[in-house]
Design a protein around this ligand. Structure first.
Ligand SMILES: Cc1cc2nc3c(=O)[nH]c(=O)nc-3n(C[C@H](O)[C@H](O)[C@H](O)COP(=O)(O)OP(=O)(O)OC[C@H]3O[C@@H](n4cnc5c(N)ncnc54)[C@H](O)[C@@H]3O)c2cc1C
Length: 95
């Protein structure tokens, strides 16, 4: 039976430090959509998962000073994006 350890860092620094400590047989996991498919197909079988779900500093929407600059963190959820923007005037026009 395949077993693994699931690590839950609270900060980016901690996540990086865990990756440095556990090394090659370690993978970050966000929602698991892709990686769980790869595990089922036995394409990757990590010994350690580092979950990114509890790192609040990766879930953000930042509006820049000028229109056209919008930064979205890589753990931002769809529901966060669905919230009305506090700065609609700064949202870039879709092209
Ligand atoms: C059945 C299926 C249907 C899909 N449908 C769609 C679709 O309709 N539209 C679409 O756009 N995409 C779709 N995808 C693609 C999928 O949504 C993307 O690949 C998405 O990136 C998966 O996110 P996750 O957080 O679940 O990734 P995971 O499976 O958790 O991780 C995937 C890879 O990214 C790394 N990773 C995860 N999170 C981060 C992070 N925050 N920062 C850096 N690295 C990270 C992991 O280490 C891993 O290598 C689909 C995939 C599958 C398997």
């Amino acid at each position: 039976m395949y077993t693994f350890a699931y690590l839950r860092p609270k900060s980016i620094d901690e996540a990086i430090s865990l990756m440095e400590s556990y090394g090659e047989r370690t993978r970050y996991i966000g929602g698991g959509t892709d990686i769980l498919v790869k595990i089922k197909e036995k394409k990757v079988l990590p010994d350690f998962f580092i979950s990114l779900r509890h790192i609040s500093e990766m879930a953000y929407i930042n509006y820049g000073e000028a229109k056209g600059i919008l930064q979205i963190g890589s753990m931002t959820t769809h529901s966060m994006l669905e919230e009305p923007s506090p700065h609609p005037e700064k949202i870039p026009d879709p092209e």
